[in-house]
Design a protein around this ligand. Sequence first.
Ligand code: 13P
Ligand code: SF4
Length: 325
Amino acid sequence: MIEEYTEATNKKYTEKLKNRVIELKKKRNAVIIVHNYQRDEVQEIADITGDSLGLSKAAIKIEADVIVFCGVHFMAETAYILNPKKTVLLPVKEAGCPMADMITPEALKKKKQEYPGAPVVCYVNTSASIKAESDICCTSRNAVEVVNSIKEKRVIFIPDKNLGYYVQSQLPDKEIILWEGFCPTHIRVLPDQIITTKNLYPEAEFIAHPECNPDVLDLADKITSTGGMLEYIKNSKKRDFIIGTETGMLYRLRQDNPDKRFFLPTNHLLCASMKLTTLGWIVNSLELMVNKVSVPEDIRERAYRSVGRMLAISGEKKWVSISGN
Ligand code: 13P
Ligand code: SF4
């Protein structure tokens, strides 16, 4: 029977898809890992949600056979780098991060030749081949800590120039060689938007992701990763917050803080890649076991070193043995 498609129909099919995900999770012994920018209905069925660092840490401890990574390609790859014996699924194989595509191993090798002896710190938003060419990985949450742990004064930081700029501002004794990469979503935040929103809500604090441009970061009351934002806002006594990151953040922020108010500086803070994942594609990948993400073993081993060194700095004891050099 053909029925009229209404709001109620939509709700009914969403519930059906959610139930199907639950059935398939059992059948495949799978865990659903979800980044903070994913669609609300995807966050609703998550076993684990978090920022890049939180999800990498969670990935080490997973016992399930299958990891369904609802995020972008480099995140699923990182989960595989840490769990090569498991099946990692990225529900939509086209979900890539444009910033990660702004650097190639060849271009990085050239940069290393220009600055001999300078260690390379790569943002986790990079491919496994770039991680393999780097000395240590970092996320937006621990970038300052990671760069500060390096004994050399001069460091090559790739690929996000804005995160690199922020690290430089926090560590003036370092000389940070920047790469010209950026996030097409975060650069849409403009200083005027923050000033206008602050004029409307003078009590509001502006919380910015370090991928925003430097002139925007200069206006921030707090600069941190998506996971850092959740923690900071939960513990804050303030009521109003201007959120300088992707809209998906509002789901958890509202869940965790029903009495607080959130304002976005612009309605254009959408990461198209993050929004590709839907319940339907999650069902599809689990039903057919398609869109597996893996990395050739020689690259994985080298990438694992750079991710492992980061995890050692971020307090994961398991990795300490490889962090000495
Ligand atoms: P977080 O690690 O802060 O979640 O950031 C990931 C990301 O892609 C930001 O655009
Ligand atoms: Fe990449 Fe930006 Fe999307 Fe994050 S928000 S995944 S950095 S494009």
